[in-house]
Write a protein that binds this ligand. Structure first.
Ligand code: GLN
Length: 446
């Protein structure tokens, strides 16, 4: 079983924060029995899967890798969990992440460190680091992550796997512990584009429990994968080739562009004018929403509660001071600041306007092109010991966060390795709800 592989590598990699071997094996046995009896299985029935630890599952720990939820167990299934179970897939456990999905390294996890399988001294990326490493280290073939500003795509790039952030509203967020509700989206990791497409067929369903879930039909995401891309227009935004980006990353993307030309795609230079404002816009909006979403962790309703307190106010303060890590506190403080009466107009409102400009850039670009090709990250995976300031870390997200601000889908696929053997990722961005084209273009590259 896959647990042999997990036993072999998990101590080194640290993908999981929770594993339920017994239940998994029991379920696998039932699937075996079905096979013996000749009962037809659903496409992904019996396939093991792991999910990021910010998705609630009934009766199981769901911690968001935070101390404040360290003793919390889910009391219902997130919609994606329900869909996984309905398909007969086997949920084997939960994967490590940056606390409340805030970060790009998985190092802000309260529980443990995860390591990049290609170089154990390097970060796997984040915040869905454990979901990326679990696939890269071949512990499990499919996982789910969540992506608020790149948390599926950046770790996919660093670990050399495929990661898809679907269109906002495509996959239900019901049961996902909210970070930035207008940005968050659940999506799959896999080794191949086809695996990811198959998994999308399971999780991309309309859900009445999520008011932002769009009621549109689920296409068969595997159907068009092998169509060619002759005449398809691929936009290359000049703003995504910035000073200071890694030369080998740039070369790999240029090679990919050449490959696509050979396949008959038309390469079009485009401009996404407001790209440089994306990080500052995101780092106002995401913390603003986070500060509001995280208000519910008060030590009363669920999760960790401080031991000694004088009164209710003291209980709140101590619980939250002890329960949240530094990065989460930083975001709560930034968020409450930009939403406060005196600063709302100067920061939050302004950021909302720039967000619209960023979305308009994409709308305009997609009038002329079918997909947009960019690097996924400015660099390959950095060292676990690298000390980056919060702002340096935030700037790492420059290529991924615009997709969340605009609500469009984005996929990252491996495009090769640098001279040290570290994976390089390329990103394809698509029109709203056009995951089908994204997957096709990605699959043609593989
Ligand atoms: N790195 C970004 C952040 O720290 C993105 C996180 C995410 O997508 N969840 O906010």
């Amino acid at each position: 079983s896959i647990f042999e592989r997990i036993n072999e590598v998990e101590d080194k990699i640290g993908s999981f924060v929770y594993l339920d071997k017994e239940n998994a094996l029991e379920q696998a046995k039932k699937v075996d029995e079905k096979i013996e009896k000749g009962i037809e299985l659903k496409p992904l029935e019996g396939i093991p899967v792991a999910i990021k630890d910010n998705m609630v599952s009934n009766g199981e720990p769901t911690t968001a890798s935070s101390k404040i939820l360290s003793n919390y167990k889910g009391i219902y299934d997130a919609t994606v969990v329900k869909l996984i179970k309905d398909e007969g897939m086997i949920l084997i456990g939960k994967t490590n992440m940056d606390e409340f999905a805030m970060g790009s390294t998985t190092k802000t996890s309260f529980i443990k460190e995860s390591k990049n399988p290609w170089d154990l001294e390097r970060v796997p990326g984040g915040s869905s680091g454990g979901s990326a490493t679990a696939v890269a280290a071949q512990e499990v073939i499919l996982t789910l992550g969540s992506d608020t500003g790149g948390s599926i795509r950046q770790p996919a790039a660093f670990c050399g796997v495929v990661g898809l952030k679907p269109t906002y509203g495509r996959v239900s967020r019901y049961g996902l512990i909210a970070f930035g509700s207008s940005l968050d989206q659940i999506g799959p990791f896999g080794k191949t584009v086809e695996d990811v497409a198959m998994f999308m067929n399971v999780i991309a369903k309309h859900d009445e429990m999520d008011t932002t879930s769009l009621n549109i039909e689920t296409p068969d995401y595997t159907k068009n994968l092998n169509e060619d891309i002759k005449g398809l227009k691929i936009g290359i935004p000049k703003e995504y080739f910035i000073d200071g980006m890694d030369n080998e990353v740039k070369k790999a993307i240029e090679n990919a562009i050449e490959e696509y030309k050979k396949m008959g795609a038309e390469i079009v230079e485009i401009s996404l004018l407001h790209t440089e404002y994306a990080p500052s816009t995101y780092y106002i909006i995401a913390p603003a929403e986070a500060s509001s979403n995280l208000a519910r962790f008060d030590g009363i309703r669920y999760g960790y509660r401080t031991e000694n307190y004088k009164d209710i106010k003291d209980l709140y303060i101590k619980t939250r001071s002890e329960g949240f890590g530094d990065e989460v506190k930083r975001r709560i403080m930034i968020g409450t600041y930009v939403l406060s009466a005196g600063y709302y107009d100067a920061y939050y409102k302004q950021a909302q306007k720039v967000r619209r400009l960023i979305k308009n850039d994409f709308d305009k670009a997609f009038k002329n092109v079918d997909v947009i090709l960019t690097p996924a990250t400015p660099n390959t995976a950095f060292k676990l010991t690298d000390k980056k300031s919060p702002v340096e870390m935030y700037l790492e997200d420059v290529f991924t966060i615009s997709a969340n601000l605009a609500g469009i889908p984005g996929i990252v696929i491996p495009t090769g390795k640098n001279k040290n053997g570290l994976p390089i990722g390329m990103q394809l961005l698509g029109k709203h709800f056009d995951e089908t084209t994204l997957l096709k273009v990605a699959n043609n590259f593989e």
